[in-house]
Design a protein. Structure first.
Length: 109
């Protein structure tokens, strides 16, 4: 990892149509966060904790969670675009925010 990159935003899907798929997405985000730690970066993965305090099925709560995550994203050195399961609508918002703020995007599988 580039020495300049200290904080990375883990951008991976979360919203799913089944609990099994959601668990799979959660494990993937955890895997990517661990990978960032192993590379010497500090990962931020809002979808690993915000759904525990917000109702992800409530549109307003979900929007607040995405906006809170984007606020933290603006403080990161890079966005890890985790594409194993494709790109969700929430991820698209995070990608756009990274582009607007000149944050480096690194694709990870």
């Amino acid at each position: 990892m580039n020495d300049r990159i200290k904080a990375v935003f883990i951008c991976s899907p979360f919203k799913a149509n089944s609990e099994e798929r959601r668990a799979e997405y959660r494990r993937y985000a955890q895997e990517m966060a661990l990978s960032a730690l192993q590379e010497g970066a500090a990962p931020y993965a809002p979808h690993l904790y915000l759904p525990d305090i917000l109702d992800d099925e409530d549109a307003l709560a979900r929007r607040k969670g995405i906006l809170a995550g984007i606020e933290f994203l603006t403080r990161c050195d890079a966005l890890w675009l985790c594409t194993r399961y494709g790109i969700s609508n929430g991820m698209r918002k995070e990608i756009s925010a990274a582009q607007r703020n000149g944050i480096r995007i690194i694709e990870k599988k």
